[in-house]
Design a protein around this ligand. Sequence first.
Ligand SMILES: *[C@@H]1O[C@H](CO)[C@@H](O)[C@H](O)[C@H]1NC(C)=O
Length: 593
Amino acid sequence: MALCMSKCCFLLLLIISYCLLQWCNTVTCDCVAPEEPIKCSSGNSNCIVTNSQGSFPDRSICRAADAVYPTTEAELISAVSAATITKRKMKVATRYSHSVPKLVCPDGEDSLIISTKKLSEVIKVDKDAKTITVQSGVTLKQLIKEAAKAKLVLPHTPYWWGLTVGGMLGTGAHGSSWWLKGSAVHDYVVDLRIISPGESKDGYYKNRTLKEGDADLDAAKVSLGVLGVISQVTFKLESMFKRSITFEAMDDDNGLGEEALNFGKKHEFGDITWYPSQHQVIYRIDDRVPSTTPGNGVNNYFPFRSTAASVLVANRKIEELAEAINYADLKCFGGNAITAALEAIAFGLTNNGNFFTGYPVIGYQNQLQSAGGCLTPGSCLLQSYCPWDPRTNGQYFFINGFSIGISKVKNFIQDIQKLVELEPKSLCGVELYNGILMRYVSASTAYLGKDEDGIDFDIVYYRSKDPLAPRMFEDILEEIEQMAVFKYNGMPHWGKNRNIAFEGAMKKYKDGEKFLDVKKRYDPLSLFSNEWTDQILGLKEGLSIYKEGCALEGLCICSEDIHCAPNKGYLCRQGRVYKEAKVCRKMKSTQEI
Ligand SMILES: *[C@@H]1O[C@H](CO)[C@@H](O)[C@H](O)[C@H]1NC(C)=O
C-alpha cells in the first residue's frame, strides 16, 4: 500500500513537471534525429568530434584539423595515402559515433578525421550464396533492411540500429546467443577489405582483402580501428526466419546464478534483464519458429524511441533531486514504476506493428532483431529526441559492459546479490535505466573477441554533470565494476566503459600479442592509433588518471581519500564483498572513519 502510494506520488510528480514544462514549450512537434558527431568551424577544417552522449569518460574535447567524407573506395584510398605521405595521424569516425571511450579522437594538431558517413552503399546481395557486401558506413538499420529485400537476415545483431558495420566490427558489438557461431557480428564476416598506410612503392596505401581462413581476418574483424579503415565487408546471412518472443517476469532472483546458464542453452535468442533491488528477473524467451507460424510482430523497443524533451528533462530533474537530497526511495519508486510501465507495454514489442495484444510476439527476424525509433526524423506529438541526446539535458549516464566467463557467472551474480543484501536500495538507480541487461556471448576466433563463452553484463547508471559530485551508493557500483573486471576477469566491451575497466585488459586475451603483430605490419607508424588505443592495448602508461575526484568518474581506482570526495564525506575504503576493491564510500559517522 505504502509502496503503491509512493509510486503514484512519483507518477504525479512526473505528470506535473511534464505539464509545467509543456506549458512553456513552444510546440514545434519534431522528432529530431541525432546530431552530427563531427563539427567543423571552417568548411571541413578546425573540427571537434564527439560521441552520441556529447562527452567522453574523461570529459576532454577531441579536436582534428580536418575531416573528410569519402564516398568511394578510391576516395578513401586517396585520403589515406595523402595523410600517410605527410605522416598525419588519422582516425575513423562513424555516422553517429556511438562508442563511449575515445576511440574516435585523432591525436595531434594536424590530425585528420575520416568519416564513413558517405560510405553507405550496399555493394552486392548474393541470394544464392546468402551473402551481403556493404560499405563500412552502412548502418545496422540499413543492413537489415537491404538484406530483408532479398529475404535474407543476419542471425545475430546488437539491439540498437544506429551502429555502423565498421563501428560494430571495430568494437566487437553483439546480440545475445550461445548457439551456433554466437551473437557477435564479427563472427559472420566472410570477407573484409581494409585500407591501411603503405610505403611509397605501393603509393602510400595498402588495399587488402581478407577472406575467411586468412589469419589476418582474425585481427581485422575486431580491430579498434587501429589497422586502417575498413572499406567494405561481406557477411554470411541466412534465409529469412521467424521468431517467437515472450517476456516472462519472475519475482524471485534467488536462483539466477544457476538459471542464467541454463537459460542460454535453452533459447537461441534469449536474454535476461535483472532488477536486483526489486529481486525481479525478466527472461526473454526467444526462439525460432516455423515460418508458417502466423504473426507480424515488430520490435519498436521503447527506450530507443524518440522521447519528448520535456519528459526527458523532467526525469533528469527528479533523478538529480534524488541525488541532491540523498533520497534513495525516490529512485526505487521510479525504478519500480518504469519497470512496471515497460512490462505493461512489452518493452515496445507489438504483435502487428501497432499494438501489443499479448505474448508470444511472433514475427520476422528483420522486424524483431533490432530497433532505434529515435534515429528517424519525423513528426512527433512533442519535440522529441533520443533519450541521451546531449542537446536536451536529458539522460546522462555511465555505461559499464563486461563479459564474464561461463565458469564465473554464478559467483559474480551471487556477489552482486550479497551487496544488495547489505544495501537493499543500492541498485534502484540502475533500475531507472532498465536494470542489468545480460546477454550471451560466445568465444570467437577474433584476436580481440571473447576467449570463452560467457555472459555480457550491461549496467547503466547516473552520471553527474559535475565531475566532482559523488553518486548515491557510489561504493557499491564501484565495487561491482572492480569485481567484474579484476576478481572475475571480465573482458570490457571496447565501445563502452570507464577508464579503469581497461586496466590490464590486453593481458586477458590469449591472442593479444598476435593482434599487436598485425598492427605493426599494417600500420608501422601507428598513424591510426591514438593515446587511448595505445593505452588500452597496453602500449602506453596513463590509462588511469590520478587527480582530485578521479575515482568518481572511473578515471582511477582510489588509493587516497582525495580521489573520492572527502569534503562531502566520501572516503577511499575497501570493498564489502570483494575486499581487494578500493571504493569511495560515504561515511555515516566519525566512528566509521
Ligand atoms: C582494392 O583491391 C581490390 C582487389 O583486391 C580491387 O578489386 C579494388 O578495385 C581495389 N580498390 C581500388 C579503389 O583500387
